[in-house]
Design a binder for this molecule. Structure first.
Ligand code: FUB
Length: 610
């Protein structure tokens, strides 16, 4: 546990506060919707996103405050299920992880294989001062990561590793500046076959740089290699300095490469840029970094993201940096425990390791706040609880909607608890929180640090919030039944959240699935939002949530979410908002999850219908 030194953080706090103000001022007055950069409480650089189990894990470097060089000592991890609210998982890997390294925790990347997570990073080798590539391994995407080899994996004084596993199972590690290299990784991901091979940097492959005879092509550093629709892409930082982001394509993983042009032109107050590209929940996302936070620049960078669509011929569109970032996927459920460090925008706060596990938000002073985007209160919240600690005399949490000065729907008092990691739960009444809003937890009190917050959760009037009983499946199969035929069971091996999920096997029709009778809880003419996570146990079925309504002797079927393809590899969110209405007397309403075709078994978790 980190011991809080509450005298050394004001500079960084000022940066975060100024950042929030700068972005607010840059937007139309009253529309404080900035969500880029993704993290405001520290400087982050060199994004490496990875999709795993229905979440995006974002691995970054950490530029130290006030740096005048790439002064980087640790890496950081954040994750999100909705692309706007990001959970800070702290730093599960630093230079200390590699006993043989002494500096330069630069641009790395994480890839999953065989239930493990491999993080490839460039670091400076203490013995010879050369940049080499180390590899660490973990059992979880958030670590802890340990040095897999006790020595570098490969090294030639070049940087920026990126691993890619082809469809045939062959893995490759690419890296390089000024060259571009690859090795074929063995299935263990921590050794390789053959020797490092130099990829020819031809102008046909990587574009033409003028005025630099020793570097005739645009390729500079930061290769990000992936395959899409049979085509191999290599996105890289081009033509230092300043850099822009460009790409080449090839018909195979080792080339020959053909230069395809610019993706993100030079912009953003940092002379480097660095790309990470993923597909997630049916959308494509482009991560990069810039110097957008106050105090930001070439050595104090921040990671941001844009959603984009490939052109119909597979080429990239031009992508421009924005302060709005990607749109939210679905909504956030306030009726389950949410970590305080799950943040769309934080003003004045910082995070640290919590004695209760994970991270907590700290260094809170009067006027600081946390914005959590797109919170679905449904029919109404009645209370707010927060896990808090204070070595001073505490303060207040103002629960506000839509902006930091928006309507206050509740105020919780926090008293002194005797320590910054001495936790208690405070609860206060809430009134007027209905529908979907951005939630602002604004902190108020006297001077100095007020309190820490570890997590929060709302509760609602029985039946007026989530209409589903045991939607998070933490209470066995309670509340759930089978719509049609099949066998319901709780799966404690694979869960989207918590300790278990709901398994349906033995289905005999596509319309069969786990369901709940919600007849007594429905309001005629009301709009309901559905969020439910689904994972296939076999096949690649398209899953959807449906409401069957029997009223006046007639049964109709309302599609609550579009059908979305799900796989056995991870969790997929089904989400949608639908107005529910009927004529005559409602005799039955059943919420259920089904598939468009087939009888594949699947899992359901964290379901809400509110
Ligand atoms: O963060 C240090 C270096 O800056 C990275 O390794 C490069 O890709 C550039 O972003």
């Amino acid at each position: 546990m980190k011991v809080q030194d509450r005298t050394t953080t004001r500079g960084r706090r000022a940066i975060a506060w100024l950042a929030s103000m700068a972005c607010v001022l840059a937007l139309t007055p009253g529309t404080a919707t900035a969500d880029n950069p993704i993290v405001q409480h520290i400087y982050t650089a060199d994004p490496a996103p990875m999709v795993h189990d229905g979440r995006v894990y974002l691995y970054t470097g950490h530029d130290e405050d006030g740096s005048t060089y790439f002064t980087m000592r640790e890496w950081r991890v954040f994750s999100s299920a909705d692309m706007v609210n990001w959970t800070d998982h702290g730093s599960p890997m630093s230079l200390a992880t590699f006993a043989w390294a002494d500096a330069n925790a630069w641009a790395g990347q994480v890839i999953a294989r065989n239930g493990k997570f491999y993080w490839y990073v460039p670091v400076r080798q203490r013995s010879n001062g050369q940049m080499v590539i180390g590899v660490a391994v973990a059992d979880s995407p958030t670590g802890p990561f340990r040095d897999a080899l006790g020595r570098p994996l490969v090294g030639n004084n070049e940087i920026d590793p990126h691993a890619f596993i082809d469809d045939d199972g062959q893995a490759y590690l690419y890296w390089g500046n000024p060259g571009l290299w690859y090795v074929r990784l063995n299935p263990d991901m921590i050794s390789f076959s053959g020797s490092a091979t130099r990829i020819p940097l031809t102008t046909a492959g990587f574009g033409t740089r003028t005025g630099n005879a020793s570097r005739p092509t645009l390729y500079e550093e930061g290769p990000w290699v992936f395959k899409r629709n049979g085509l191999y892409y290599n996105v890289f930082a081009a033509e230092c300095c300043s850099e822009f982001l460009a790409y080449s394509t090839a018909t195979g993983p080792t080339g020959p490469w053909t230069y395809r042009g610019t993706i993100m032109p030079r912009q953003g107050a940092s002379f480097t840029n660095h790309a990470g590209v993923i597909d997630f929940q049916g959308g494509s996302y482009f991560f990069y970094h810039n110097g957008a936070l106050p105090g930001g620049g070439g050595y104090t960078r921040s990671v941001a993201v844009e959603k984009f669509t490939y052109n119909s011929n597979g080429t990239f569109p031009t992508i421009t940096m924005t302060t709005t970032g990607a749109p939210q996927i679905g909504t956030l459920n306030p009726y389950v425990r949410q970590e305080a460090e799950t943040i769309a925008w934080g003003a004045g706060i910082e995070t640290e390791a919590s004695s209760e596990g994970g991270m907590n938000v700290g260094w809170i002073e009067n006027g600081d706040y946390i914005k959590v985007k797109g919170v679905a209160f449904g029919a109404g919240a009645t209370a707010f609880s927060a896990r808090v600690a204070s070595a001073t005399s505490g303060g207040r949490i103002e629960v506000r909607l839509d902006s930091a000065t928006g309507p206050t729907v509740g105020t919780c008092t926090v008293g002194g608890t005797g320590g910054w990691q001495t936790w208690t739960t405070t609860t206060c009444a809430v009134s007027g929180a209905t529908g979907t809003h951005d939630l602002y937890l604004r902190f108020a009190g006297g001077s100095g640090n007020l309190f820490n917050i570890n997590w929060w959760q709302f509760s609602g009037t029985a039946g007026s919030a989530n209409l589903l009983t045991n939607g998070d499946v933490e209470n066995g199969t309670t509340g759930w039944g089978v719509h049609g035929s099949g066998t319901l069971a709780r799966n404690t091996t694979v869960a989207h959240g918590g300790g278990g999920s709901l398994s349906i096997t033995g289905r005999t029709g596509a319309w069969n699935g786990p369901g709940q009778d919600v007849t007594a809880r429905l309001t005629n003419g009301k709009s309901y939002t559905t969020n439910v996570w689904v994972r296939a146990q076999s096949g690649t079925p398209s899953a959807k949530a449906t409401l069957s309504l029997t009223a006046g002797g007639t049964t109709s079927y309302l599609q609550l979410t579009p059908a979305v393809g799900v796989t056995v590899n991870g969790w997929t969110l089904l989400t949608g908002t639908t107005t529910v209405s009927w004529s005559g007397t409602l005799s039955n309403a059943t919420f259920y999850v089904e598939t468009a075709q087939g009888t594949d078994s699947f899992l359901v978790d964290d379901a809400s219908f509110q």
